[in-house]
Design a protein around this ligand. Sequence first.
Ligand SMILES: Nc1ncnc2c1ncn2[C@@H]1O[C@H](COP(=O)(O)OP(=O)(O)OP(=O)(O)O)[C@@H](O)[C@H]1O
Ligand SMILES: [Mg+2]
Length: 363
Amino acid sequence: MDELLEIEVKEGILQIIQSEKKYKMLFESNPMPMWMISLENFQIIDVNIAALKHYEYTREEFMALDAKKIRPEEEEARFLQEMRLHIQGVSNRGHWLHRKKNQELIHVEISVYDFESEGKRVRLVLSDDITAKIQTEEKLKRSYDEIRELASHLQDVREEERAWIAREIHDELGQQLTGLKMDFSWISKKLDQEDEFTRERIANSLTLLDSTIMTVRRIASELRPGILDDLGLVPAIEWQAEEFQKRFSIQTRFVTDVSRTSFPAGISIGLFRICQESLTNIARHAHASKIEIALDQEAENLLLSIDDNGKGFQIEKPGDRKTLGILGMKERALMMGGEFKIESRQGRGTSVLVTVPYNIIGI
Ligand SMILES: Nc1ncnc2c1ncn2[C@@H]1O[C@H](COP(=O)(O)OP(=O)(O)OP(=O)(O)O)[C@@H](O)[C@H]1O
Ligand SMILES: [Mg+2]
C-alpha cells in the first residue's frame, strides 16, 4: 500500500471511530430511556443510563433480561407480533405496559428504529413514560363521569320537585281559588240589587279570580304538564306546539308516525324538555315564522327534530361561552343514552336533532 493511500485509510477509520463514538454518546447519555434488541433472538444487546435509572436495574441485570420479561404476560403475544412487523425509519408503536424491577407497572409510548449492525438485524427501542399523563387523563375522566352523574341526579331531583310543586299548585291552590270563586258568586247573588258599588267590586274580584285560576293552571302545566304523565309524549308535544303557536304567533307544526303511547318516564320527560328548550330558544333568538317538530320511528332509533326557519347562528366550539341551554339539551340526550346534534347556518335556520336507540327505550 502506498503511503498516501495508507493515510487516507487511517483517516477513514478514525472518522468511523469518531462518528461511532458520537453515536454511542448520543445513545448512552440520552435522557430518553432506550435499548437495543437483537431481532434474531430478542436478547437485549445494549441499554442506556436513562433506561437503567428508570427501570431501576443494573446494567448486568438489564442485559440479562429477556425482552419479554419487561412486560406483563398478557402483552407478550402482542409484543411477539410487533417484533415481526418491520417499518422503514423511526416508527411509533403505541402504548404499552412495562414492568420495572420493583414490579411497578408503567405506561410507555414506544418508538422503534430497525437497522443492521455487523450483519445482524437490530432494533433500537425508545421508551417514553406516559404514566403520569395516563393517570391525569383517568382522573379527569373519573371526575367528569362523577360530575355527569351528579348532574343527572340533580336533573331527576329537579323534575321530581317540579312535578310535586305543579301538583301542589294545581290541586291545593287551584281548589282553594275555585272555592273562593264559588263563595264570591254566592255573595254576589245574595247582594242587594241596590248596592251597585259592592256588586261591581265583587264582579271585578270574580274576573280577577278567573284570571288567577288560569295563571295558576298555566304555571302548574309549565312546571310539569299533566298531559305528559296522563296521556304520554305525543299528545304532550302536540299540546306544547299548540300552546307555543298561540302564545308567540309562530306557525308550529308537529308531525309524527309514532303510535306508541307510553315510553319510559326518563325518555318522555327528556324529549319533552329538549323540545321545550328548543322552542324557548326559537322564541328568544330565532325570529322564525315557521317551526316543524317531528317525532319519527326509524329502523333502530326514535328521532326528535325541531327545525326553524329563523336567522340561524354560528355554533360555537365547546368552552367558548357559558350558555347552558344547548349544553343542557346535550346532557339530557346523553343521559337518555342518545345523541344530540344541532345544525345552524346564518340566515338558514336551525335544526335540533335527538336520536335515542330503541334498545335503550326498551322496544
Ligand atoms: N333556534 C335558534 N336560532 C338562532 N339562534 C339560536 C337558536 N338556538 C340557540 N341560538 C343561539 O345559541 C346561543 C346559545 O343557546 P343556549 O340555549 O345555549 O343559551 P341561551 O338561550 O342564550 O341562554 P340559556 O342558558 O338561558 O338557554 C343563543 O344565545 C343564541 O345566540
Ligand atoms: Mg336557551
